[in-house]
Design a protein around this ligand. Sequence first.
Ligand SMILES: NC(=O)c1ccc[n+]([C@@H]2O[C@H](COP(=O)([O-])OP(=O)(O)OC[C@H]3O[C@@H](n4cnc5c(N)ncnc54)[C@H](O)[C@@H]3O)[C@@H](O)[C@H]2O)c1
Length: 380
Amino acid sequence: MKKLRIGLIGYGFMGRAHSNAYRKVGNFFDFEHECVLQAACARDAAKAKDFARRWGYQSVETDWRKLIARDDIDLVDICVPNNLHAEIAIAAAKAGKMILCEKPLSMNTPEGRKMVAAVERAKVPNMVWYNYRRVPAVTLAKQLIDEGRLGKIFHYRAKFLQDWTISADLPQGGAGLWRLDVKAAGSGVTGDLLAHCIDTALWLNGGIEKVNAMTETFIKQRKHTLTGKVEKVGIDDACAFLARFNNGSLATFESTRYARGHKALYTFEINGEHASIFWDLHDLHRLQYFDHRDQSLVRGWRSIHVSDGDQPYMNHWWVPGLQIGYEHSFVHQVADFIQGLETGKPAGPTFRDALETQQVCDAVLKSAKSQRWEKVARAK
Ligand SMILES: NC(=O)c1ccc[n+]([C@@H]2O[C@H](COP(=O)([O-])OP(=O)(O)OC[C@H]3O[C@@H](n4cnc5c(N)ncnc54)[C@H](O)[C@@H]3O)[C@@H](O)[C@H]2O)c1
């Protein structure tokens, strides 16, 4: 077996999700490569050691620069807040490391372009963790669209709703709350949640030509965890936008952290001339499908339980009828990355693919300010 020696930076939510994927992938997929949990990096040595022991990492670093300088690391996995992605990725590319970077790619498009240039100059394999593409029901949606079953697409509708920031007492910044601090996050729900919806949409329905957006920050000031001072809130708490795709379809996207009762309601619906599909993260193993070409006697929405061996990824898991969950999308992402290494056909989204999502996010934020339709810049 060839070893793929992983250096993971950041041991929070995603650090755990990725570590779990590296540990499982070799049990369920056959490759020439074997993932080796070589080093975990975090600033607090005691916590990093505890994380390394729990997940089976062989060593610990407290400075990401030292991790990148090591000869015994092949792949750097970036699981830290958004404002650190670019600096780490560019340094890792210069050091010749493969890179898996969390989403969104960057804080903004100019930063993203530098990251793309760095990985392409260094010719290092790279990928961004837009993991929802690899939920089997979402991958099946892609297959149905690519087979032409929907025909011409008229509408794309997506939303991602949460409710965890409604309290004015919640501070911003620091561990766990960096998403509320614009300096660490870059934007609010646009880069955090809508970026997922946009990545899926670009993958399923092609490029977006222009957008018209509105954003709102409902709670204008919050105490900052690190300074202790009450400071202006710079992120968008809610964002809704209209879009026109290059294929002529119309779209609506909405995201908020102020939708009482919703924790992670990511849904999309696509309406085509022959058929429609609908997916809901809360019921992630099902794909709803309506085909107008069915005989009228039995025509109706089908709820496809995506668990059969001929449905995407499912032949690697249990037996038909038994479903898998959220963490498996990360296992699939690692599997596709390794397959890309072994076949020479890199799996997406690469940094270049993820730059397109960044450009849509930037156009959305620009439109929210200008209150006009804004064209999406082309990837360069
Ligand atoms: N793909 C997804 O569905 C998904 C889900 C959640 C988060 N994310 C992305 O993953 C990234 C991390 O988010 P998270 O939810 O895991 O955050 P988190 O707050 O749970 O973890 C962040 C980690 O980064 C560490 N960190 C911060 N600065 C560091 C530094 N200088 N050196 C080393 N470690 C440092 C923190 O100690 C913490 O362990 C973000 O970019 C986020 O947008 C993606």
